[in-house]
Design a protein around this ligand. Sequence first.
Ligand code: PLP
Length: 370
Amino acid sequence: MGFGRVEYMRWAKAVPGGAAFRLSASGVLPPPLEWLGDPPSWEELRAGADEGYGKRAVAEAIAGAYGVDPRGVVFTGGTSEANFLVLAALVEPGERVVVETPVYEPLVAAVRALGARPVWLRRRPQDRFAVDVEALRRLLGAGVRAVLLTRLHNPSGVDLAPGTLEAAAEACREAGATLVVDEVYRDFLGEGASPVAATLGEGVVTTSSLTKVHGLGGLRAGWVLCEPRLAARIHDVRDHLEVVAPAPVLALALRGLARRDALVARARAQSAMGIPRVRALVEARPGISWVEPDGGICCALRLPPGVDDRDFASRLKEERDTVVVPGSFFDLPGWIRVGWAEDVGHTDEALRRLGEVLDAAGAGAVRSSR
Ligand SMILES: Cc1ncc(COP(=O)(O)O)c(C=O)c1O
């Protein structure tokens, strides 16, 4: 057991806020407040708290949005709490949890905090950061309690290839492990995207929230989608932390869920704004490369050979007042994560500044045709 420091969290809370130009975010900015309608009334707030575990109306709204059984919806304080509660409900100290890498650090920090041991499943840039189900099968076995994946993958923004989720779920079922898919970025995907992982049924869990796509991170409104039996176990864990639901959060989450279509459309437009701009930045520079994301508002970009990502990010901040996330935070040294949460003007200027520092680091001259 060990609640060690989560280095990325420390950095994310301290560094980007102070910069004039930010390419560090992975979620969209909050929508105009009017989008949520009228503020909650006192009656609504009282009713929310009176519901005990409460959350029934919100659970039904979430279940309706994602096509799952409301008895398997657990409302949580964001995806972060959802991930922690699921792991706490599933994992005993000493057990092993397969975790993807490159990895969003708080996921592995939660595994360690619970006294479990991470086992790495590598997602390789040369394979478009795909999940290799055969490699996963080799890692599964006695003592592996859970497998943790992100969809879209943070930091790359890549979706799981068709069939991967189903094959991974089957491999996990055979091994007696639970597949936990953090789908906080999933709704960036268009209508053709496969359903949320939890619709695959027994042994597959989704965690998510209104944070990244809906722009309502400050609400701390998240959820677990799972089998009712696991949901009951998660409620047992949560009884150690919570008496009643946070009524204002529930009331506002209901409003956000009711306007989900508009919020999601807004997020997808933001995604579509940035991807061609980063593509142009990369294609103009032979010394760098990227893996084009399947959605979202951030991606992973490989720096010129030999350039240290932390030094590069520091230099960009010092010389151009612009922030990107060093890949080392995700176990992806030599890369940076570039995001575009802000408006077009901000993004264009921030990318121009990034381009200048990339050029100074040897990313190469502009190709003649562009
Ligand atoms: C994969 C992943 N999960 C969870 C979170 C945090 O989500 P929330 O704000 O809903 O706790 C992040 C934020 O960066 C993330 O990248």
